[in-house]
Design a protein around this ligand. Structure first.
Ligand SMILES: C[S@@+](CC[C@H](N)C(=O)[O-])C[C@H]1O[C@@H](n2cnc3c(N)ncnc32)[C@H](O)[C@@H]1O
Length: 182
């Protein structure tokens, strides 16, 4: 299974439904859409968000039910799960930051970074783990822990900074092409 990890520096454990930008949960909702949806269903992928201000992980997988791909529906479900509600594919986990990273450690990891090696020159593993920053990029403290836990290879989609969700959509489509060619 493909994994995406997004470090969300502004996100805590509550949202304001009328203000999607609060805690930048709008970024999270767009990343969920990009990571999991194809036109007619859900991908065999998972996306985990480190909610830095809450010290918790919010994890989305294809087992989720009754969630639509639009930002409003995803935000509605985030609000429900943060308030203690259940959905089989949306989990709020109290694992420490490094604990969840270490649980993926045997796998090949790629840190999305404008200054990394051009992604076209890198052979991407089938069960890759991709790590991205949010709208503010990655803080030094988080980057150091990620580098120790996962020893990721830094890969770039070019010098132009893109939205995290666009990076995820691009990677999914590129990897689909690779799988189709095999
Ligand atoms: C919206 S960008 C943040 C860019 C912004 N310049 C900053 O760092 O403040 C969020 C994340 O997407 C990824 N990203 C954005 N553009 C990228 C690119 N061209 N190549 C690789 N990763 C990229 C990085 O992981 C980045 O932390």
């Amino acid at each position: 299974m493909r994994d995406f990890i997004v470090i969300c520096s502004a996100a805590g454990d509550r949202i304001r439904p009328q203000d999607p930008g609060f805690g930048r949960f709008d970024v999270i909702a767009r990343c969920v859409n990009a990571a999991l949806w194809t036109s007619h269903g859900l991908r065999d992928a998972r996306i985990s968000f480190w909610l830095a201000k809450a010290g918790k992980w919010l994890i989305f997988s294809p087992e989720m039910r009754k969630v639509n791909p639009d930002e409003r529906s995803i935000l509605l479900w985030i609000g429900k799960v943060l308030a203690g509600g259940n959905n089989p594919g949306i989990t709020l986990a109290a694992d420490a930051f490094e604990q969840r990273l270490q649980s993926m450690a045997p796998r090949k990891a790629y840190l999305l970074d404008e200054k990394g090696t051009a992604v076209a020159k890198v052979e991407i593993a089938e069960d890759a783990v991709f790590i991205l920053g949010d709208h503010t990029g990655l803080e030094k403290e988080h980057r150091e822990i990620i580098e120790t836990a996962l020893k990721p290879e830094a890969v770039s989609l070019g010098r132009q900074p893109y939205l995290s969700s666009h990076c995820i959509a691009y990677l999914n489509i590129e990897l689909d092409h690779g799988q189709a060619a095999r």
